[in-house]
Design a protein around this ligand. Sequence first.
Ligand code: URP
Ligand code: ZN
Ligand code: ZN
Ligand code: ZN
Length: 467
Amino acid sequence: MGGRTLIRGGLVITASDEIHADVLIEDGRIAALATSGSVTAEAWTAERTMDATGKYVIPGGVDAHTHMELPFGGTAASDTFETGTRAAAWGGTTTIIDFAVQSVGQSLRDGLDTWNAKADGNCAIDYGFHMIVSDVNQDTLKEMDLLVEEGVTSFKQFMAYPGVFYSDDGQILRAMQRSAENGGLIMMHAENGIAIDVLVEQALARGETDPRYHGEVRKALLEAEATHRAIKLAQVAGAPLYVVHVSAQEAVAELARARDEGLNVFGETCPQYLFLSTDNLAEPDFEGAKYVCSTPLRPKDHQAALWRGLRTNDLQVVSTDHCPFCFEGQKELGRGDFSKIPNGLPGVENRMDLLHQAVVDGHISRRRWIEIACATPARMFGLYPKKGTIAPGADADVVIYDPRAEQTVSAETHHMNVDYSAYEGKRITGRVETVLSRGELVITEREFTGRAGHGVYTPRSTCQYLN
Ligand code: URP
Ligand code: ZN
Ligand code: ZN
Ligand code: ZN
């Protein structure tokens, strides 16, 4: 019975089913499921038995968009792979896909090596990488093929941040043409950065320097325009497209139209766009800086379109875009000039809980919660069914979730290495109790029992979500 674990009596929820079942884990994988009570203790002997009566048994979360240690705006994201993956585990996430960065002039290989070195031996949970392509040229186009073969099967490009990550339409089209051939998936940061930079300059010239102007210059229309353009370029290239961090209702409409035409166009949104708004960006005393990210938070009335998109499958994935910067010393770099505030919000620990709250609030069903947070991100990025579900043969990445526990989100109690919470004071019904990663206990009844280095690099197949 070496290494067998039995989780009894819980409600097992996957993207497709809800069943009261016992789950048997052996050698780090799901060995079997059986209707609760149908198998005797003698038949399923186990070293360790956990009682999940009254709890949910769900697949570990797959957060397909994080930025541990990302260098940005003269500083770096404050969570390392060690602190960030530990916090992820606390929040019921057992896989992250982070972004390795190719700097301009560098090869993809060198960028990937750098990120592998940052993560290697430090992660509490499993991880993979997307590749940020900042410099499209004949060499990097060839390198994309090699990366796909090695399990880095998705590439982020930016229509924003001229002079840093920015690609022009020609570079985007070339990368898309390449991905149409090699099976890669282009992930697009869709904002018209050239136009935004003009509006930034004009705002600053008028003395509009507060964080809230970050939201005003990065207009919803410029997200929609870029989203539309990315869709058309992908259509010309015959390539699938995944638009990251969608926040504007006008952008959701572009995605919905493309999907109604039958195109392989996908959209991701993030908890900050579902739960926060420009009201937060407008908080006084520079507090709004805590909420500066790109795409920016939108007025509250955009949220209904995002929730609807998640229900209608015009949006398929909720990831965090976790990219934390401390208020003190980091966000403060932009006092007197909003354009110098490092972009990004913490959230890797909060996603599963916030989306459970969305279940409680009636925005989505329980199965949809698991679909958008576990199963679809795993399929989208070639990790399914190893990750994202509870089924025989899958990795035993399992969360025992107490749907009735009450908690209040706070920087005082979170585990992310950042001095504030974007959701400070928010009441949430539901809480992670126990987390297993490949059968090993990472969180045991709300104690961290994992270790840095347990998490391993996980190569990915190509997208498993195409029409
Ligand atoms: O503000 C954000 N989203 N920071 C992280 C980088 C990106 O564009 O995803
Ligand atoms: Zn982005
Ligand atoms: Zn539709
Ligand atoms: Zn990001």
